[in-house]
Design a protein around this ligand. Structure first.
Ligand code: SUG
Length: 420
């Protein structure tokens, strides 16, 4: 049966705080902090389990190989993997940190997905994101492509490589879809930024247009919408930091878009049943929205047809946001419940519940079963993480050869456990 499946990124063993993402306030402000990779991965798995407990279908994607010695070799470092890492760390510690990043955990940036109901050939199209605006993320797409081609090998899917990197593309983090029901045709909304602000605009309009063409979307049902410069400057480096959509509901901050009136008019024209739940700055300031990640929540349709928000605990702990959410649930709107999950390790790098998942509308029976989760597999993954993931990584630990060996061994054990 066709449904929405959330593919969360299993958080990798090198998760750390190297402040690699300029414009992402959380990443910058936790520079040099000590990370807890084991706890991070367990928090991620607990969130996946929670989603399953709500009756949702859950998948996951694997962490990529880090440190990425193959990439460092392309940059001229020579020798075996450990020698390449040692030479890079000695020559350029920041470059080495980029090769170590566990950033593929944020699978909202893995790809843009257009469900079969929207595309000309009736297949579900996935375009891997090039992530070219951040060096540490620009090295994800080749391995991500290989993984998505495995997971979505069924002829009902078409998996495209990244669009050329001159056009920055950040995938589903800047893409929303409004539809009466997941399996039905929808309006696809691509959100892009414009250069010239305080921080880099990470999604480019031409990249979005290329993705829409490759997916065979109907231009009449495809919107290209500019992010507001105010939002980007306030730290909304992706649209999913200030907006989230599910089926007929768009939940967004008043200052998310450059021209919200136009977007609302277009939605009303294309989808008269669409509801925009707009949060005014007078209730939640842009700064509170970004610090609490109110909008980086998963807006989901439960099996009984009602909608719920899965939010980070930081939203619970921000008084104006909590007050807004309490009133939202008490009111008569389409969002009937809110749930808070603990994903603090990821949040400290600017990744909330929505960043950690890639949504795919499909029949689970058409997906490689190794990428789907159930309670028994979650047990096995938790045991494996507990055995193999480092407990902590401090600012000076990235140069430690024992850490590299542990990270490679952990990933190898994971692949073996899952039958890859
Ligand atoms: O790309 N952080 C990620 C967070 C991605 C969030 N994703 C979405 N909004 N969908 C990023 O900025 C920080 C890594 C570091 O600093 O070590 C980082 O890459």
């Amino acid at each position: 049966m066709i449904r929405e499946i959330n593919f969360d990124g299993l958080i990798g063993p090198t998760h750390n705080y190297a402040a690699l993402s300029f414009g992402n306030l959380a990443s910058a402000s936790n520079a040099g902090a000590t990370s807890r990779p084991r706890e991070a991965a367990l928090q991620g798995l607990a969130k996946m389990r929670f989603a399953m407990s709500l009756g949702l279908t859950q998948g996951f994607l694997l962490p990529l190989e880090r440190p990425n010695a193959a990439w460092l070799r392309q940059l001229g470092f020579a020798g075996d993997d450990a020698a390449v890492c040692a030479a890079t760390y000695a020559a350029d510690p920041r470059l080495f940190a980029q090769a170590c990043s566990a950033s593929s955990m944020w699978t909202a940036n893995a790809a843009t997905v257009s469900p079969a109901a929207d595309t000309a050939d009736g297949r579900t199209h996935l375009s891997v994101a090039n992530l070219s605006r951040m060096t540490h993320r620009s090295i994800e797409h080749t391995e991500t492509l290989a993984q998505l081609r495995l997971a979505f090998a069924d002829p009902g899917f078409s998996v495209h490589p990244a669009v050329p990197a001159t056009f920055g593309d950040e995938g589903a983090a800047n893409h929303m879809r409004l539809t009466a029901r997941h399996g039905e045709p929808g309006v696809e909304v691509f959100v892009y930024g414009e250069e010239g602000g305080k921080f880099p605009a990470r999604q480019n309009r031409r990249a979005s247009e290329a993705v829409a063409r490759r997916h065979g979307l109907d231009p009449a049902w495809t919107l290209f919408v500019a992010q507001s410069q105010t939002a980007i400057d306030a730290g909304a480096f992706h649209n999913d930091v200030v907006a989230v959509a599910n089926e007929h509901v768009l939940f967004a901050h008043e200052h998310a878009f450059a021209d919200p009136a136009q977007l609302k008019a277009d939605l009303a024209r294309l989808m008269p049943g669409a509801i925009v739940v707009e949060v005014p700055a007078s209730a939640v300031s842009l700064a509170d929205a970004i610090a609490s990640y109110l909008f980086n929540s998963q807006l989901v349709t439960l099996p009984d047809g009602t909608m719920a928000l899965i939010l980070p605990m930081e939203s619970h702990d921000c008084a104006p946001v909590k007050a807004y959410l309490d009133a939202l649930v008490a009111g008569n709107g389409p969002i009937r419940a809110v749930h808070y999950v603990q994903v603090r390790e990821s949040m400290r790098n600017g990744g909330g519940p929505a960043c950690l998942r890639l949504r795919v509308v499909a029949d689970p029976a058409t997906i490689d079963d190794r990428f789907l989760l159930d309670a028994a597999k979650a047990d096995r993954l938790e045991a494996l993480v507990t055995r193999h993931w480092p407990e902590a990584i401090g600012p000076n630990d990235l140069g430690n050869p024992d850490l590299w060996a542990q990270a490679w061994a952990a990933r190898k054990a994971l692949l073996a456990e899952l039958g890859f």
